[in-house]
Each structure stands twice: as structure tokens, then as C-alpha cells.
Design a binder for this molecule. Structure first.
Ligand code: F6R
Length: 627
């Protein structure tokens, strides 16, 4: 987590750093700080809390520096206090460092430095870095060499940026398993944890790779490996548009992103569904163009999916589809658990990492460990790694054999919405591709599923057009007094109950739990009374009657019942539920993508009415790059 940004060029660095931090604030917002170099001095300003505190501090300062670094923090080592905010300085305050990641051996390094009479000003792991660089600078005059020697002492995953008062034309950055992108302008260069920070200035970017160190000067960028060998790398031009990262009139990014979902699904369909494929023509090619090679798809005996948070919920829907449509036994694990308790090795296994950011440390490490533990085994046990991600240029894309790019566009709200829907689409496509290749269901069934998917964009639009006001009104009932919610669902919609509960807790801070509806009577039903609303995802299909019965059981315990269902069952639903969030008629297999939308809206409105920071909920960060 944390966001770092750096600038060297001809403009005033402070404004560029602050606007960059604004775009990185989703990565952490416990504190922020910048350090610039001007007239032989490092000028460092930091503030606890969100960026506006730093802005306020900078308001009456005049700073013409043309080089600087900035940081927005998600606290790991040391409380979110100003003295722990980055940048961290060396003893004579002439060298400043920002870091994203964790220096795992910092305690050992700190003790070593303390034994040399170095005084520390913070409790962070990062502060060892400026002191170590300074130690190595006494042996060599080269900042680059001193940083290289320092990096050789660091263990962990990190990205750093360094400036020095004696080197006003040099900004040095390095990357070891934490994201860092370089931006190329005219006589000016940028670095940042995420390209969104530099998009307003340039669309020419280069992703630094693990083990690389770059020297940015007003004349250009030089890249070396950690041993000092010069690397030859070429930037590329993005087709992203800076407007995509504006709110465009919406009150919050999350709301804008909910409303972008129809367009996201359309893009997914246009990108991956083969328009010429017709089930009744017995086509000899797949209905889905995922570009998967036979070595990834043939003879699969098992699929294992690794993910965290909302991506894990998409993976659970994926499991349902891969088993029920493609007929392949599938397991889903939290990446953070899988890392330390990997499952027995099965031959011909496809391992899928799901991550919108492509940078989640646990997911990346779980995939890497899977590759490593299979590396020396015979071919049928070798790792086949596939990523479903919204960031084609991210770390996960670099370690996997292939990616399914979800094309959702950048998501700024910390609570995932459109990327969840896009990941779920990715699983529909994968299941259909595998189902076709294995002929696990007849072509006409594949055709029916595709036809159903094609209706999704307009059906989401219908929900947004017809339900928004009612959902906002309903949300008012839960903004005071209610402290707990229960979500229930079954089958393919149990993950939607999980996702509804996660959205509610992360942005409204209301405690919420999700259970498979049939599990309520095995314990959780004891929680119910008239102060605990129950949301039942009751989409018509194989388990509809069961969910309705489970909902009735909750109602008998005085719970206020909110149903997510279709108009088809209006009479029965009206009889069962106190409040109904209506979605269009849809086949059960496709229903999760519709059912999630009213739950996203409900959480959004509860949090917005409570006046909470919807886009940057407390304690969270968008990109979880620490373990
Ligand atoms: C919840 C949310 C998180 C992420 C999780 C994994 O709204 O956004 O639970 O889903 O941190 O992130 P990615 O998908 O980037 O791996």
C-alpha cells in the first residue's frame, strides 16, 4: 500500500506532487508528505491524516523547486502520526526517501545503525534507508552507488524514491516487488506507484521491473539492474484518457463506477465474444476469444483460484460456473491462506489469480509459490498460471502465462464495484471457452448463456433507472441505530450475499455477515431480532423456494426482511419481504451480475447519507501491496 510520486523537470514540483498524491490517496491516507530540493536544501513538509492537512500546511509557502518526492501513507510500522509520515530524512536532513512496501529486516538494520550512534526520529521501517544511504555515501561520492549498496542490504518488497540536497538534478528510484511506473514528458520525468498519478502530464510510461533502479535527470532516464548493469527499455504510450479518472459530476467515484457497469459489461462482450459464432452452425471455433493456448486449457483435471476480498467473491461465482458449465473440479482459496497451507499438488491444474489491481501482495506471492513448488516436477504437474485482472501492465501480468484483461477502466473508489462485475464476466467467458473446448454442455446451451449475457448491460441500466430513488429512500432507515445486518443467499448467489455484506461493512462501518441461507438455523439465527435486518438474495431458479423458506424463518424472528428478487415473483415476494429491490427477469446462471447492483447501491446510499468518506473508507487502501 502507500503511494509514492516523484518529479524532476522545469515546472514547480510541489503542485505536481500534490496533485499526484491526490490521485494516489486511494492507496492510503494516514498521512502525507513531500520533500523538494532547492538552493542546496531539502525542504520537507508532512502532515498527519488526509492530504488536505498537508495542503493546508503548504498554503502559505512559496516553493519553486523543480525536483521532489511525495508520499501518502497506509501505516504498517508505527502509528499514523506526523513523525512517522514520509519522506524520511537522514541525520543532517540533506537526503530524503519515500517508500512503499515493507523492509522486513529493518530491526536488525536499525540496531546496527543505532550502535553507530544514529538517532531515529520515527518508528517506521523506512527510516533505516536514508541512514544507510548516508553511511554508504561516506565511502563513495555517487548517490547511485550508495543506493545500490543500500538496496543490497534490504529484505522485503519495496519501491523507493530518493532525492539529495547535493544532487539537485537527480531523482533515483528503485523497485523490488512493489509497483513503480516512470512517466516521460518533454524535459520532465515522473515516477509513481500508479500511472493515474502521472496521467494528466504524460501518457508515455514505462513500468520499472523488479530488481531495477532508475536515475531520472532533466535530460532523461537511465535504468540499471541492482548490480549496476545498464538496461535497455522502451516506454509505451497508453490509450487511457485523463477524463476517466475524474468524477464527471457524480458525488463520489463509487457511484460513478456503479453507473459505469453497463458500459464495462458491453466492452467485455465486444472484446471477447466472437460475433460470428452461432450455436446452430456447429462452429469449429470457440465462441470466446480469450487467446488461451492449448497448453493452458487441454486435459485440465483441476482449477484452483486464488484471490482476496471482493476478487475472492468473484472467484466463488467462477467456481460455480467452472464446475456447472465447464465440468471441471474447482477450488477457491484466499491467497493469504494458500501461501502458508498450499493444497496437495494435482496434475494438470490451471491456477488462476484474480486481482483488479494486479498488485495484491498475497495473490502474487501465492502464484509465485505455486510456480516454484511445481518447477522441478514432471510436465503434467508444471504450473499453468492465468490472471484475471484489470491491469494488463501490473505485476501479476508479468508472472502469469496469460491474462484475461477485464477492461473495466480505472477504479478509484476503494470499494470495488465495476471491477467485480468485470471479473465475474471474465469467469463467464472462461467457463464458456472451456465448456466449448470440452463439449461439457451442448452448443445451444452455450448460445443461450451468451444471449443472456448480452442483455446484462441494458438490464443493469434498468436497475439504475428504476430503482435508484427507492434504494436511496430505503437507505435512510438504516443510517441510525442499526448496528448489524445479515445477508443470505444460496448457490451461485451466495457470493453475492458475501459481496453485499462486504460492501456494507467497508463503507458504512455497519457490521454485516453473510451466510448460505440454509446455514442460518445452525447458529446465526440466534442473532436475529427486530434490530437486525436480513437481506435475502432470492433470484428465481433452483434454490429460490429454499431461500424464501429461509427468509420466512428469519421473518418469524422479527427481522426486517429485504429481498433482492425479480418482478416475476412479485406477489409471493410482497408476502415475504418488507422491502423489495427488484431486478429484471434473468436466468439463474447469470443472475449474480444483476443481483449485486442494488446491494452496491444500498451500501453506497447508507454510507453517503451517514456522511462517511465513501471513496476512502477508514483503514483501507485500494491496492494492498503488503502481506
Ligand atoms: C473490497 C475490495 C477489496 C479487494 C481486495 C483484493 O471492496 O476492494 O476486498 O477486493 O483487497 O484486491 P485486488 O482485487 O486488487 O487483488
Amino acid at each position: 500500500m502507500c503511494g509514492i510520486v516523484g518529479y524532476i523537470g522545469t515546472q514547480a514540483a510541489t503542485d505536481i506532487l500534490i496533485s499526484g498524491l491526490e490521485r494516489l490517496e486511494y492507496r492510503g491516507y494516514d498521512s502525507a508528505g513531500i520533500a523538494t530540493v532547492e538552493e542546496g536544501q531539502v525542504n520537507c513538509v508532512k502532515a498527519k491524516g488526509k492530504l488536505f492537512n498537508l495542503r493546508e500546511k503548504l498554503e502559505h509557502t512559496i516553493n519553486h523547486a523543480q525536483i521532489g518526492i511525495g508520499h501518502t501513507r497506509w501505516a504498517t510500522h508505527g502509528k499514523p502520526e506526523e513523525h512517522n509520515a514520509h519522506p524520511h530524512l537522514n541525520t543532517d536532513r540533506r537526503l530524503a526517501v519515500v517508500q512503499n512496501g515493507i523492509i522486513e529486516n529493518y530491526l536488525e538494520l536499525k540496531e546496527e545503525l543505532i550502535s553507530k550512534k544514529i538517532e531515529f526520529r520515527s518508528e517506521t521501517d523506512t527510516e533505516v534507508i536514508p541512514h544507510l544511504i548516508t553511511q554508504f555515501l561516506t565511502d563513495s561520492n555517487s548517490l547511485m552507488t550508495a543506493i545500490q549498496k543500500t538496496i543490497a542490504r534490504l529484505e522485503g518488497a519495496f519501491a523507493i524514491a530518493v532525492v539529495h540536497a547535493d544532487n539537485p538534478y537527480e531523482l533515483i528510484v528503485a523497485r523490488q516487488q512493489a509497483p513503480l511506473v516512470l512517466g516521460f514528458g518533454q524535459g520532465e520525468f515522473f515516477c509513481a506507484s500508479d500511472m493515474t498519478a502521472i496521467l494528466p502530464h504524460t501518457r508515455t510510461i514505462l513500468n520499472l521491473e523488479n530488481g531495477e533502479i532508475a536515475r531520472l535527470t532533466p535530460l532523461g532516464v537511465e535504468i540499471y539492474d541492482f548490480e549496476g548493469a545498464r538496461m535497455s527499455r522502451f516506454p509505451r504510450t497508453l490509450d487511457w484518457n485523463p477524463v476517466q479518472v475524474e468524477k464527471q459530476g457524480f458525488r463520489h467515484y463509487m457511484l460513478k463506477e456503479i453507473y459505469e457497469q453497463p458500459a464495462v459489461v458491453r466492452t467485455c462482450l465486444d472484446t471477447y465474444i466472437n460475433p460470428n459464432w452461432h450455436a446452430d452452425e456447429n462452429p469449429d471455433y470457440s465462441p470466446v476469444n480469450l487467446g488461451l493456448t492449448p497448453n493452458l486449457t487441454d486435459n485440465l483435471e483441476h482449477i484452483q483460484v486464488l484471490a482476496c476480498g471482493t476478487s475472492w467473491h468473484a472467484a466463488l461465482i467462477g467456481k460455480y460456473l467452472l464446475e456447472q458449465v465447464a465440468g471441471i473440479p474447482t477450488t477457491v482459496d484466499y491467497a493469504s491462506e494458500f501461501r502458508y497451507s498450499p493444497k496437495p499438488i494435482i496434475s494438470n491444474t490451471l491456477t488462476i489469480g484474480v486481482t483488479q489491481s494486479g498488485e495484491t501482495a498475497d495473490t502474487i506471492a501465492a502464484l509465485e509459490s505455486e510456480r516454484a513448488r511445481r518447477a522441478d516436477l514432471e510436465p503434467k504437474f508444471q504450473a499453468k498460471l492465468l490472471a484475471i485482472t484489470n491491469r494488463a501492465e501490473s505485476s501479476i501480468a508479468q508472472i502469469c502465462d496469460r491474462i484475461i484483461d477485464t477492461h473495466a477502466g480505472i477504479e478509484i473508489g476503494v470499494a470495488a464495484t465495476k471491477t467485480f462485475v468485470a471479473q465475474t464476466m471474465g469467469f463467464y467467458f472462461l467457463s464458456l471457452d472451456l465448456a466449448y473446448r470440452r463439449q461439457s454442455v451442448p452448443n445451444y446451451k452455450i448460445g443461450e448463456i451468451i444471449a443472456g449475457l448480452r442483455h446484462i448491460p441494458s438490464q443493469i441500466e434498468t436497475i439504475l433507472d428504476t430503482q435508484a430513488d427507492a434504494i436511496e429512500e430505503l437507505a435512510h432507515d438504516f443510517t441510525t441505530e442499526i448496528e448489524d445486518f445479515i445477508f443470505i443467499g444460496r448457490g451461485i448467489n451466495f457470493p453475492i450475499a458475501l459481496e453485499g455484506a462486504l460492501k456494507l461493512k467497508e463503507i458504512s462501518y455497519i457490521h454485516a455477515e453473510a451466510y448460505p441461507a440454509g446455514e442460518m438455523k445452525h447458529g446465526p439465527i440466534a442473532l436475529l431480532d427486530n434490530k437486525v435486518p436480513v437481506v435475502a438474495v432470492a433470484m428465481p431458479g433452483s434454490v429460490y423456494d429454499k431461500v424464501i423458506s429461509n427468509a420466512q424463518e428469519a421473518k418469524a424472528r422479527d427481522a426486517r426482511l429485504i429481498g433482492v428478487t425479480t418482478a416475476m415473483n412479485a406477489t409471493e415476494a410482497a408476502h415475504t419481504f418488507d422491502d423489495i429491490l427488484t431486478v429484471p427477469e434473468v436466468d439463474e446462471l447469470i443472475s449474480p451480475i444483476l443481483a449485486v447492483v442494488p446491494l452496491q447501491m444500498l451500501s453506497y446510499h447508507i454510507a453517503a447519507i451517514k456522511g462517511l468518506d465513501v471513496d476512502q473508507p477508514r483503514n483501507l487502501a485500494k491496492s494492498v501491496t503488503v502481506e
